[in-house]
Write a protein that binds this ligand. Structure first.
Ligand code: GLU
Length: 302
């Protein structure tokens, strides 16, 4: 595995423009930002706009405006994942040319009876030896060797992809590039050394490491932070109706978020300016305070 050790720290926040920023995504933004700042590194902002059916017009602008009004300062211009489409396609073509990926014409219905694993239906390999149709997805081959990595908060993780998901889709039948393929290419192209994101993506990481190995690109370090949940124990997301965070009470919400991230902020901090709060946070940030937690319950929000 090519690792990111010894390269200058570059972190990132990579929201999908599916809706406004909610408290859960704010936590990922803060954790990745403070990891970068305390390492004297760069913090990049990348809008992951490669799945138009799930996106909401104007959400990118709303997210950027909100981040700005909370005092985040990103390095360099904001990038849009859709602009890297040619490079994503080049990686897919490279995998096909070397026999590591192949066309698959199986429909959802064809896979309805497939055995289910931890990541959903395990692809039974139907099209591994070739398929006739031109209406196809592209799948990458997986193997039976375990993929192991150590997450800074969640510890050592191992997954055998062949039995967890089987060969997985890197370009969908509708022609859209899959998130897994896009994210590993962009993280490598942007020189990302550490990925900080929600624990809901922890199970995606072995697929990312698998792709990094096949494409011969570096594997960053990974830190998966607990996700914020609503009162019903569901992950805060657009699907579960998570409300947008308000820009009116940014200081209060920022301090509540720091507390939700396990930081022991002084009582009077929320009365301070955003600059003061960020200065305190940069000086006191300790990501390890999140170690033993899998989720962040609603009493932590403001
Ligand atoms: N775009 C993804 C999301 O908004 C995050 C991807 C990542 O951080 O790797 O959930």
């Amino acid at each position: 595995m090519v690792t990111s050790a010894d390269r200058p720290y570059i972190g990132r926040f990579a929201p999908s423009p599916t809706g406004p920023l909610h408290f859960g995504s704010l936590l990922a933004a803060i954790a990745s930002y403070l990891q970068s700042r305390t390492a004297n590194g760069r913090w990049l902002l990348r809008i992951e706009d490669i799945d138009p059916p799930r996106e909401q017009p104007g959400a990118d602008k709303l997210i950027l405006d909100t981040l700005e009004s909370y005092g985040f300062e990103w390095d360099g211009p904001v990038t849009y994942q859709s602009h890297f489409r040619e490079r994503h396609e080049a990686s897919i073509e490279k995998l096909i040319a070397t026999g590591l990926a192949y066309p698959c014409s199986c429909s959802r219905r064809d896979l309805a009876t497939a055995v289910r694993g931890p990541l959903g239906a395990i692809y039974p390999g139907t099209c591994r030896q070739g398929c006739e149709s031109s209406d196809v997805a592209i799948r990458v081959r997986t193997h039976g060797n375990p993929i192991t990595f150590t997450d800074r908060l969640q510890g050592r993780r191992t997954m055998q992809l062949e039995s967890a998901s089987g060969d997985f889709v890197i370009r969908r039948r509708d022609g859209l590039v899959a998130y897994h393929l896009a994210v590993v290419n962009d993280d490598a192209d942007q020189g990302i050394t550490e990925v900080v994101r929600g624990i809901d993506l922890l199970d995606s990481t072995p697929r990312h490491i698998h792709l990094q190995e096949l494409l011969d690109i570096p594997t960053p370090s990974y830190v998966h932070i607990p996700v914020a949940e609503n009162a019903a124990g569901q992950k805060l997301s657009k699907l579960t109706g998570a409300p947008a965070i308000s820009i009116d009470r940014a200081s209060r919400t920022l301090v509540a978020a720091l507390r939700a991230l396990g930081q022991t902020t002084p009582q009077e901090l929320e009365a301070e300016s955003l600059d003061e709060i960020w200065a305190w946070a940069t000086q006191h940030w300790q990501i390890n305070r999140l170690s033993a937690r899998q989720n962040i319950a609603p009493q932590h929000y403001c």
